[in-house]
Design a protein around this ligand. Structure first.
Ligand SMILES: *[C@@H]1O[C@H](CO)[C@@H](O)[C@H](O)[C@H]1NC(C)=O
Ligand SMILES: *[C@@H]1O[C@H](CO)[C@@H](O)[C@H](O)[C@H]1NC(C)=O
Ligand SMILES: *[C@@H]1O[C@H](CO)[C@@H](O)[C@H](O)[C@H]1NC(C)=O
Length: 457
Protein backbone atom coordinates (compact mmCIF):
# COMPACT_ATOMS: atom_id res chain seq x y z
CA UNK A 1 0.00 0.00 0.00
CA UNK A 2 1.31 3.42 -0.87
CA UNK A 3 1.89 6.11 1.64
CA UNK A 4 -0.91 8.31 0.31
CA UNK A 5 -3.43 5.56 0.90
CA UNK A 6 -2.22 5.15 4.42
CA UNK A 7 -2.70 8.84 5.11
CA UNK A 8 -6.25 8.63 3.90
CA UNK A 9 -6.91 5.55 5.94
CA UNK A 10 -5.39 7.16 9.00
CA UNK A 11 -7.60 10.17 8.58
CA UNK A 12 -10.64 7.92 8.57
CA UNK A 13 -9.24 6.07 11.50
CA UNK A 14 -8.86 9.24 13.49
CA UNK A 15 -12.39 10.36 12.87
CA UNK A 16 -13.71 6.93 13.66
CA UNK A 17 -11.74 6.46 16.82
CA UNK A 18 -12.31 9.92 18.19
CA UNK A 19 -16.04 9.43 17.85
CA UNK A 20 -15.79 6.00 19.43
CA UNK A 21 -13.68 7.14 22.30
CA UNK A 22 -15.32 10.43 23.10
CA UNK A 23 -17.03 10.07 26.41
CA UNK A 24 -15.35 6.77 27.18
CA UNK A 25 -12.19 6.16 29.07
CA UNK A 26 -12.61 8.89 31.63
CA UNK A 27 -11.27 6.94 34.52
CA UNK A 28 -12.43 8.03 37.88
CA UNK A 29 -10.27 11.02 38.63
CA UNK A 30 -8.39 10.55 41.83
CA UNK A 31 -6.67 13.76 42.80
CA UNK A 32 -3.85 11.75 44.33
CA UNK A 33 -3.09 9.68 41.25
CA UNK A 34 -1.35 10.92 38.10
CA UNK A 35 -3.16 10.28 34.84
CA UNK A 36 -2.12 9.84 31.26
CA UNK A 37 -2.52 13.09 29.42
CA UNK A 38 -5.21 13.53 26.84
CA UNK A 39 -4.98 15.73 23.79
CA UNK A 40 -8.47 17.02 24.36
CA UNK A 41 -7.41 18.31 27.72
CA UNK A 42 -4.57 20.20 26.13
CA UNK A 43 -6.46 21.28 23.05
CA UNK A 44 -8.88 23.16 25.19
CA UNK A 45 -5.95 25.23 26.43
CA UNK A 46 -3.67 25.68 23.50
CA UNK A 47 -3.72 24.96 19.82
CA UNK A 48 -0.09 24.77 18.95
CA UNK A 49 1.21 21.27 18.24
CA UNK A 50 4.26 20.64 20.25
CA UNK A 51 5.75 17.83 22.15
CA UNK A 52 5.03 17.35 25.82
CA UNK A 53 6.40 14.40 27.68
CA UNK A 54 5.43 13.36 31.14
CA UNK A 55 6.40 10.25 33.08
CA UNK A 56 4.19 8.17 35.31
CA UNK A 57 5.74 5.89 37.89
CA UNK A 58 4.17 2.68 39.13
CA UNK A 59 5.77 0.29 41.59
CA UNK A 60 4.51 -2.49 43.82
CA UNK A 61 4.01 0.16 46.49
CA UNK A 62 1.66 2.16 44.25
CA UNK A 63 0.35 -0.40 41.79
CA UNK A 64 -2.98 1.28 41.25
CA UNK A 65 -2.08 4.90 41.66
CA UNK A 66 0.58 6.36 39.41
CA UNK A 67 2.93 9.07 40.63
CA UNK A 68 4.11 11.77 38.28
CA UNK A 69 7.86 11.35 37.86
CA UNK A 70 10.72 13.63 36.83
CA UNK A 71 14.30 14.15 37.85
CA UNK A 72 13.21 16.13 40.90
CA UNK A 73 11.37 13.02 42.15
CA UNK A 74 14.71 11.32 42.68
CA UNK A 75 15.46 13.44 45.67
CA UNK A 76 11.93 13.39 47.04
CA UNK A 77 11.15 11.14 49.96
CA UNK A 78 7.64 10.60 48.71
CA UNK A 79 8.73 9.05 45.41
CA UNK A 80 8.43 5.27 45.20
CA UNK A 81 11.28 5.01 42.70
CA UNK A 82 13.93 2.58 43.97
CA UNK A 83 17.35 3.02 42.34
CA UNK A 84 18.34 -0.53 43.33
CA UNK A 85 15.48 -2.06 41.36
CA UNK A 86 15.43 -2.66 37.59
CA UNK A 87 13.37 -0.17 35.60
CA UNK A 88 10.85 -0.90 32.86
CA UNK A 89 10.04 1.97 30.53
CA UNK A 90 6.79 1.71 28.54
CA UNK A 91 6.65 3.86 25.39
CA UNK A 92 3.46 4.14 23.40
CA UNK A 93 3.25 5.01 19.73
CA UNK A 94 0.96 6.94 17.48
CA UNK A 95 -2.25 8.03 19.18
CA UNK A 96 -5.45 9.02 17.46
CA UNK A 97 -6.35 12.43 18.98
CA UNK A 98 -8.53 12.22 22.02
CA UNK A 99 -7.37 8.75 23.00
CA UNK A 100 -5.14 7.68 25.82
CA UNK A 101 -3.02 4.55 25.69
CA UNK A 102 -5.07 3.10 28.52
CA UNK A 103 -3.49 -0.32 27.95
CA UNK A 104 -0.25 1.17 29.28
CA UNK A 105 -1.58 0.92 32.83
CA UNK A 106 -2.55 -2.71 32.24
CA UNK A 107 0.88 -3.50 30.86
CA UNK A 108 2.51 -1.75 33.83
CA UNK A 109 0.43 -3.82 36.23
CA UNK A 110 1.24 -7.04 34.42
CA UNK A 111 4.95 -6.18 34.63
CA UNK A 112 4.65 -5.45 38.35
CA UNK A 113 2.86 -8.70 38.98
CA UNK A 114 5.71 -10.53 37.27
CA UNK A 115 8.63 -8.59 38.77
CA UNK A 116 9.40 -6.13 41.56
CA UNK A 117 10.52 -3.22 39.38
CA UNK A 118 10.05 0.48 38.75
CA UNK A 119 7.70 1.00 35.82
CA UNK A 120 7.85 4.34 34.03
CA UNK A 121 5.19 5.11 31.47
CA UNK A 122 6.36 7.67 28.95
CA UNK A 123 3.35 9.76 28.10
CA UNK A 124 3.91 11.76 24.94
CA UNK A 125 0.30 11.71 23.87
CA UNK A 126 0.40 15.25 22.61
CA UNK A 127 3.37 14.66 20.36
CA UNK A 128 1.98 11.32 19.24
CA UNK A 129 -1.33 12.54 17.88
CA UNK A 130 -2.31 14.26 14.63
CA UNK A 131 -0.87 13.29 11.26
CA UNK A 132 1.32 10.23 11.39
CA UNK A 133 4.18 11.85 9.47
CA UNK A 134 4.26 14.77 11.91
CA UNK A 135 4.37 12.25 14.73
CA UNK A 136 7.27 10.46 13.10
CA UNK A 137 9.17 13.76 13.14
CA UNK A 138 8.67 13.87 16.90
CA UNK A 139 9.95 10.44 17.79
CA UNK A 140 13.65 11.30 18.06
CA UNK A 141 12.84 14.30 20.20
CA UNK A 142 10.94 12.03 22.58
CA UNK A 143 13.90 9.66 22.60
CA UNK A 144 16.22 12.53 23.47
CA UNK A 145 14.05 13.55 26.38
CA UNK A 146 13.90 9.98 27.66
CA UNK A 147 17.67 9.70 27.40
CA UNK A 148 18.08 12.87 29.48
CA UNK A 149 15.95 11.29 32.18
CA UNK A 150 17.83 7.98 32.02
CA UNK A 151 21.10 9.89 32.33
CA UNK A 152 19.83 11.46 35.53
CA UNK A 153 18.91 8.02 36.82
CA UNK A 154 22.39 6.74 35.95
CA UNK A 155 23.85 9.61 37.95
CA UNK A 156 21.77 8.45 40.89
CA UNK A 157 23.18 4.95 40.74
CA UNK A 158 20.99 3.05 38.28
CA UNK A 159 22.89 0.76 35.91
CA UNK A 160 22.33 0.98 32.14
CA UNK A 161 21.76 -2.78 31.97
CA UNK A 162 18.95 -2.49 34.55
CA UNK A 163 16.77 -0.67 32.00
CA UNK A 164 14.27 -2.51 29.87
CA UNK A 165 12.42 -0.37 27.33
CA UNK A 166 9.13 -1.67 25.96
CA UNK A 167 7.93 0.17 22.89
CA UNK A 168 4.64 -0.32 21.12
CA UNK A 169 4.46 0.45 17.39
CA UNK A 170 6.30 3.75 16.84
CA UNK A 171 7.31 3.55 20.50
CA UNK A 172 9.60 0.65 19.53
CA UNK A 173 11.64 2.97 17.33
CA UNK A 174 11.65 5.61 20.07
CA UNK A 175 13.14 2.90 22.31
CA UNK A 176 15.58 1.99 19.55
CA UNK A 177 16.79 5.56 19.30
CA UNK A 178 17.22 5.82 23.07
CA UNK A 179 19.29 2.64 22.73
CA UNK A 180 21.36 4.24 19.97
CA UNK A 181 22.02 7.25 22.22
CA UNK A 182 23.35 4.88 24.91
CA UNK A 183 25.39 2.96 22.34
CA UNK A 184 23.72 -0.36 23.04
CA UNK A 185 24.43 -0.33 26.80
CA UNK A 186 20.75 -0.50 27.76
CA UNK A 187 19.84 -3.94 29.05
CA UNK A 188 16.89 -4.81 26.87
CA UNK A 189 14.44 -3.45 24.36
CA UNK A 190 11.19 -5.18 23.49
CA UNK A 191 9.37 -4.00 20.38
CA UNK A 192 5.66 -4.79 20.29
CA UNK A 193 4.71 -4.74 16.62
CA UNK A 194 7.31 -2.08 15.77
CA UNK A 195 5.90 0.43 13.29
CA UNK A 196 6.43 -0.28 9.61
CA UNK A 197 5.37 2.78 7.59
CA UNK A 198 8.40 5.00 7.00
CA UNK A 199 10.72 2.62 8.88
CA UNK A 200 11.14 -0.50 6.79
CA UNK A 201 13.72 1.07 4.52
CA UNK A 202 15.17 3.29 7.23
CA UNK A 203 18.79 3.08 8.26
CA UNK A 204 19.37 1.00 11.40
CA UNK A 205 20.36 4.29 13.06
CA UNK A 206 16.77 5.49 12.60
CA UNK A 207 14.90 2.35 13.57
CA UNK A 208 15.04 -0.40 16.16
CA UNK A 209 17.82 -2.92 15.50
CA UNK A 210 19.86 -5.45 17.51
CA UNK A 211 22.68 -2.99 18.21
CA UNK A 212 20.36 -0.80 20.29
CA UNK A 213 20.54 -2.89 23.46
CA UNK A 214 22.25 -5.92 24.93
CA UNK A 215 19.17 -7.89 23.96
CA UNK A 216 16.40 -6.87 21.59
CA UNK A 217 13.26 -8.94 21.11
CA UNK A 218 10.29 -8.06 18.94
CA UNK A 219 6.81 -9.43 18.35
CA UNK A 220 5.24 -8.95 14.94
CA UNK A 221 1.49 -9.16 14.39
CA UNK A 222 0.63 -6.72 11.60
CA UNK A 223 3.66 -6.61 9.35
CA UNK A 224 1.60 -6.10 6.20
CA UNK A 225 0.08 -2.92 7.51
CA UNK A 226 1.15 -0.86 10.50
CA UNK A 227 3.93 -3.17 11.60
CA UNK A 228 7.38 -3.72 10.14
CA UNK A 229 7.98 -6.84 8.05
CA UNK A 230 11.72 -7.17 8.57
CA UNK A 231 13.38 -8.58 11.69
CA UNK A 232 14.67 -5.84 13.98
CA UNK A 233 15.90 -7.68 17.09
CA UNK A 234 18.16 -10.48 18.15
CA UNK A 235 14.98 -12.54 17.96
CA UNK A 236 11.75 -11.67 16.16
CA UNK A 237 8.58 -13.59 16.91
CA UNK A 238 6.19 -13.61 13.97
CA UNK A 239 2.78 -14.62 15.30
CA UNK A 240 0.73 -16.59 12.79
CA UNK A 241 3.12 -15.39 10.11
CA UNK A 242 3.14 -11.87 11.53
CA UNK A 243 0.41 -10.42 9.32
CA UNK A 244 -3.14 -11.38 10.17
CA UNK A 245 -4.26 -12.56 13.57
CA UNK A 246 -7.00 -15.06 14.39
CA UNK A 247 -10.09 -13.48 15.78
CA UNK A 248 -9.39 -10.14 14.09
CA UNK A 249 -12.20 -10.08 11.57
CA UNK A 250 -11.10 -9.83 8.01
CA UNK A 251 -14.39 -8.60 6.67
CA UNK A 252 -14.25 -5.25 4.92
CA UNK A 253 -15.77 -1.84 5.60
CA UNK A 254 -17.80 -2.01 8.77
CA UNK A 255 -15.09 -3.62 10.84
CA UNK A 256 -12.17 -2.39 8.76
CA UNK A 257 -10.80 -0.08 11.41
CA UNK A 258 -11.33 -2.44 14.27
CA UNK A 259 -9.51 -5.07 12.28
CA UNK A 260 -6.55 -2.84 11.52
CA UNK A 261 -6.04 -1.95 15.15
CA UNK A 262 -6.77 -5.49 16.28
CA UNK A 263 -3.84 -7.04 14.39
CA UNK A 264 -1.47 -4.26 15.41
CA UNK A 265 -2.35 -4.33 19.09
CA UNK A 266 -2.36 -8.12 19.32
CA UNK A 267 1.40 -8.10 20.00
CA UNK A 268 0.79 -6.15 23.19
CA UNK A 269 -2.07 -8.36 24.34
CA UNK A 270 -0.09 -11.52 23.72
CA UNK A 271 2.90 -10.06 25.55
CA UNK A 272 0.75 -9.16 28.54
CA UNK A 273 -0.52 -12.71 28.68
CA UNK A 274 3.00 -14.06 28.45
CA UNK A 275 3.89 -12.00 31.52
CA UNK A 276 1.13 -13.65 33.41
CA UNK A 277 2.90 -16.95 32.78
CA UNK A 278 -0.15 -19.16 32.49
CA UNK A 279 1.29 -20.87 29.40
CA UNK A 280 4.34 -20.85 27.14
CA UNK A 281 4.61 -19.02 23.82
CA UNK A 282 7.60 -20.60 22.10
CA UNK A 283 8.92 -19.54 18.70
CA UNK A 284 10.51 -21.92 16.20
CA UNK A 285 13.46 -20.71 14.14
CA UNK A 286 12.65 -20.88 10.45
CA UNK A 287 13.41 -18.83 7.36
CA UNK A 288 9.82 -18.47 6.17
CA UNK A 289 6.32 -18.95 7.54
CA UNK A 290 5.46 -21.23 4.62
CA UNK A 291 8.35 -23.54 5.52
CA UNK A 292 7.22 -23.54 9.10
CA UNK A 293 3.62 -24.45 8.18
CA UNK A 294 4.89 -27.24 5.93
CA UNK A 295 6.68 -28.83 8.85
CA UNK A 296 10.13 -27.73 7.70
CA UNK A 297 11.18 -26.40 11.11
CA UNK A 298 10.17 -28.70 13.92
CA UNK A 299 12.93 -28.60 16.51
CA UNK A 300 15.05 -26.30 18.64
CA UNK A 301 18.46 -27.70 17.70
CA UNK A 302 19.67 -24.21 16.80
CA UNK A 303 19.28 -23.31 20.48
CA UNK A 304 20.48 -26.62 21.89
CA UNK A 305 16.96 -27.83 22.38
CA UNK A 306 15.47 -24.72 23.98
CA UNK A 307 13.59 -22.42 21.65
CA UNK A 308 13.09 -18.76 22.61
CA UNK A 309 9.93 -17.87 24.51
CA UNK A 310 7.97 -14.63 24.63
CA UNK A 311 8.22 -12.88 27.98
CA UNK A 312 10.70 -11.62 30.51
CA UNK A 313 13.14 -14.50 30.81
CA UNK A 314 16.70 -13.38 30.16
CA UNK A 315 17.52 -13.36 26.44
CA UNK A 316 14.05 -14.87 25.80
CA UNK A 317 15.36 -18.06 27.39
CA UNK A 318 18.27 -18.48 24.96
CA UNK A 319 21.20 -20.08 26.74
CA UNK A 320 23.54 -20.47 23.75
CA UNK A 321 26.10 -17.90 22.65
CA UNK A 322 26.70 -15.95 20.54
CA UNK A 323 23.20 -14.53 20.50
CA UNK A 324 21.45 -14.76 17.15
CA UNK A 325 20.71 -11.59 15.21
CA UNK A 326 17.50 -10.93 13.33
CA UNK A 327 16.46 -14.53 13.93
CA UNK A 328 12.94 -15.10 12.65
CA UNK A 329 10.82 -17.26 14.93
CA UNK A 330 7.38 -18.53 14.06
CA UNK A 331 4.50 -19.65 16.20
CA UNK A 332 0.76 -20.08 15.95
CA UNK A 333 -1.64 -18.69 18.50
CA UNK A 334 -5.28 -19.12 19.35
CA UNK A 335 -7.72 -16.25 18.84
CA UNK A 336 -8.29 -15.31 22.47
CA UNK A 337 -6.36 -15.09 25.76
CA UNK A 338 -4.12 -16.69 26.80
CA UNK A 339 -3.33 -17.19 23.06
CA UNK A 340 -1.02 -20.19 23.54
CA UNK A 341 -1.43 -23.00 21.04
CA UNK A 342 0.14 -26.43 20.86
CA UNK A 343 1.83 -27.05 17.55
CA UNK A 344 0.74 -30.38 16.12
CA UNK A 345 2.54 -31.74 13.09
CA UNK A 346 0.26 -33.72 10.84
CA UNK A 347 1.82 -36.16 8.39
CA UNK A 348 -0.30 -37.78 5.76
CA UNK A 349 0.83 -40.39 3.26
CA UNK A 350 -1.54 -41.42 0.49
CA UNK A 351 -1.38 -43.84 -2.42
CA UNK A 352 -1.03 -42.37 -5.90
CA UNK A 353 -4.21 -40.63 -7.14
CA UNK A 354 -5.70 -39.88 -10.53
CA UNK A 355 -7.16 -36.57 -9.45
CA UNK A 356 -6.39 -34.12 -6.70
CA UNK A 357 -8.39 -34.42 -3.48
CA UNK A 358 -9.84 -32.27 -0.72
CA UNK A 359 -9.55 -33.67 2.75
CA UNK A 360 -10.79 -32.19 6.00
CA UNK A 361 -8.84 -33.01 9.14
CA UNK A 362 -10.27 -32.53 12.58
CA UNK A 363 -8.47 -32.96 15.89
CA UNK A 364 -10.71 -33.20 18.92
CA UNK A 365 -9.99 -32.87 22.62
CA UNK A 366 -12.57 -32.91 25.35
CA UNK A 367 -13.85 -29.40 24.73
CA UNK A 368 -11.79 -28.11 21.84
CA UNK A 369 -11.38 -28.95 18.24
CA UNK A 370 -9.23 -27.84 15.35
CA UNK A 371 -10.27 -28.17 11.77
CA UNK A 372 -8.09 -27.87 8.71
CA UNK A 373 -8.83 -28.38 5.04
CA UNK A 374 -6.11 -29.81 2.87
CA UNK A 375 -5.83 -29.78 -0.89
CA UNK A 376 -3.86 -32.83 -1.93
CA UNK A 377 -2.40 -32.35 -5.40
CA UNK A 378 -2.33 -35.35 -7.73
CA UNK A 379 1.43 -35.59 -8.03
CA UNK A 380 2.35 -35.71 -4.34
CA UNK A 381 1.82 -38.54 -1.92
CA UNK A 382 3.29 -37.11 1.29
CA UNK A 383 2.00 -34.04 3.09
CA UNK A 384 3.15 -32.33 6.24
CA UNK A 385 1.45 -29.48 7.98
CA UNK A 386 1.64 -27.75 11.35
CA UNK A 387 -1.70 -27.10 13.06
CA UNK A 388 -2.49 -25.02 16.12
CA UNK A 389 -4.50 -26.90 18.72
CA UNK A 390 -5.52 -25.31 22.04
CA UNK A 391 -4.83 -28.51 24.00
CA UNK A 392 -1.69 -30.63 24.24
CA UNK A 393 -1.32 -33.60 21.95
CA UNK A 394 -1.76 -36.05 24.81
CA UNK A 395 -5.26 -34.64 25.25
CA UNK A 396 -6.30 -35.29 21.66
CA UNK A 397 -8.96 -37.95 21.85
CA UNK A 398 -10.07 -38.26 18.28
CA UNK A 399 -8.82 -37.61 14.78
CA UNK A 400 -11.36 -37.35 12.03
CA UNK A 401 -10.78 -37.29 8.29
CA UNK A 402 -13.28 -36.61 5.57
CA UNK A 403 -12.87 -36.67 1.81
CA UNK A 404 -14.84 -33.57 0.83
CA UNK A 405 -13.76 -33.34 -2.81
CA UNK A 406 -16.39 -32.40 -5.38
CA UNK A 407 -17.82 -35.15 -7.56
CA UNK A 408 -16.17 -35.35 -11.01
CA UNK A 409 -13.33 -32.99 -10.13
CA UNK A 410 -11.73 -34.69 -7.14
CA UNK A 411 -10.57 -38.16 -6.23
CA UNK A 412 -13.56 -40.25 -5.19
CA UNK A 413 -11.69 -42.56 -2.90
CA UNK A 414 -8.44 -41.61 -1.21
CA UNK A 415 -6.28 -44.37 0.18
CA UNK A 416 -4.40 -43.07 3.21
CA UNK A 417 -1.36 -45.24 3.88
CA UNK A 418 -0.78 -43.49 7.17
CA UNK A 419 -1.78 -40.42 9.12
CA UNK A 420 0.45 -39.40 12.03
CA UNK A 421 0.43 -36.60 14.56
CA UNK A 422 3.16 -35.41 16.88
CA UNK A 423 3.76 -32.29 18.92
CA UNK A 424 6.49 -29.71 18.35
CA UNK A 425 9.22 -29.26 19.29
CA UNK A 426 10.54 -32.67 18.31
CA UNK A 427 12.80 -34.24 20.84
CA UNK A 428 14.64 -37.52 20.53
CA UNK A 429 11.99 -39.57 22.26
CA UNK A 430 9.33 -37.92 20.15
CA UNK A 431 5.87 -39.25 20.54
CA UNK A 432 4.17 -40.13 17.31
CA UNK A 433 0.59 -41.32 16.98
CA UNK A 434 -0.21 -43.03 13.70
CA UNK A 435 -3.13 -44.77 12.07
CA UNK A 436 -2.49 -46.83 8.94
CA UNK A 437 -4.37 -48.03 5.93
CA UNK A 438 -7.58 -46.03 5.68
CA UNK A 439 -9.94 -45.74 2.73
CA UNK A 440 -11.62 -42.37 2.61
CA UNK A 441 -14.70 -42.51 0.45
CA UNK A 442 -16.15 -39.23 -0.68
CA UNK A 443 -18.39 -37.67 1.95
CA UNK A 444 -18.02 -40.51 4.45
CA UNK A 445 -16.28 -39.35 7.61
CA UNK A 446 -13.70 -41.61 9.15
CA UNK A 447 -12.54 -41.22 12.71
CA UNK A 448 -10.24 -42.88 15.17
CA UNK A 449 -10.11 -42.54 18.94
CA UNK A 450 -6.78 -42.41 20.69
CA UNK A 451 -6.26 -43.78 24.14
CA UNK A 452 -3.56 -41.71 25.80
CA UNK A 453 -2.50 -40.48 29.17
CA UNK A 454 -0.83 -37.14 29.79
CA UNK A 455 2.41 -37.50 31.66
CA UNK A 456 2.70 -35.13 34.52
CA UNK A 457 6.20 -33.78 34.47
C1 LIG B 1 -0.88 17.01 30.86
O1 LIG B 1 0.48 17.36 30.78
C2 LIG B 1 0.75 18.70 31.21
C3 LIG B 1 2.20 18.98 30.94
O2 LIG B 1 3.00 17.93 31.41
C4 LIG B 1 0.40 18.84 32.68
O3 LIG B 1 0.64 20.15 33.11
C5 LIG B 1 -1.06 18.48 32.87
O4 LIG B 1 -1.38 18.50 34.23
C6 LIG B 1 -1.35 17.13 32.30
N1 LIG B 1 -2.77 16.85 32.34
C7 LIG B 1 -3.29 15.72 32.79
C8 LIG B 1 -4.78 15.62 32.76
O5 LIG B 1 -2.60 14.83 33.21
C1 LIG C 1 14.84 -1.14 47.00
O1 LIG C 1 15.16 -2.34 46.32
C2 LIG C 1 16.09 -3.16 47.04
C3 LIG C 1 16.46 -4.30 46.12
O2 LIG C 1 15.38 -4.77 45.38
C4 LIG C 1 15.44 -3.60 48.33
O3 LIG C 1 16.35 -4.41 49.05
C5 LIG C 1 15.05 -2.39 49.13
O4 LIG C 1 14.36 -2.77 50.31
C6 LIG C 1 14.18 -1.45 48.33
N1 LIG C 1 13.96 -0.21 49.06
C7 LIG C 1 12.76 0.22 49.39
C8 LIG C 1 12.70 1.52 50.12
O5 LIG C 1 11.77 -0.41 49.11
C1 LIG D 1 -3.56 -15.06 33.49
O1 LIG D 1 -4.28 -15.21 32.29
C2 LIG D 1 -5.33 -16.11 32.37
C3 LIG D 1 -5.92 -16.27 31.00
O2 LIG D 1 -6.13 -15.04 30.39
C4 LIG D 1 -6.35 -15.60 33.36
O3 LIG D 1 -7.40 -16.51 33.48
C5 LIG D 1 -5.66 -15.42 34.70
O4 LIG D 1 -6.55 -14.84 35.62
C6 LIG D 1 -4.45 -14.54 34.57
N1 LIG D 1 -3.72 -14.50 35.82
C7 LIG D 1 -3.25 -13.39 36.33
C8 LIG D 1 -2.48 -13.53 37.60
O5 LIG D 1 -3.41 -12.30 35.79
Amino acid sequence: MFWEDKTILLTFLLVYISTQVAGLNERQQNAQCAELNSTRWLQSRQHRIRLQVQYLLLTRRNQNCAQRFNQASLTQQSSHFNVSSPTKVIIHGYRPPGTKPSWAMDLAQALLTAQDVNVLIVDWVYGASFAYNVVVENYKEVALQISVLINQLLNHGCKPESFHLLGVSLGAHVAGFVGTLFEGQIGRITGLDPAGPMFKRADTYDRLDPSDAQFVDAIHTDSDYFGISIPVGHVDFFLNGGKDQNGCSRSKFSSMFGYVICDHMRAMHVYMNALNGSCTLMGFPCSTYEDFLKGGCVDCELFKGRCPVIGLSKNSGITTLPLPREQKLFLLTTSSPPFCAHHILLKLEVSGMEKSADVEVRLMSESQETEQRLRLPRDTTEYKMVLAHPAAMCEIETIRLKNTGARLYRQGEVHVKSVCISELPFVRHEQLLCVNNINLRRGVPWSHDFVQVCETS
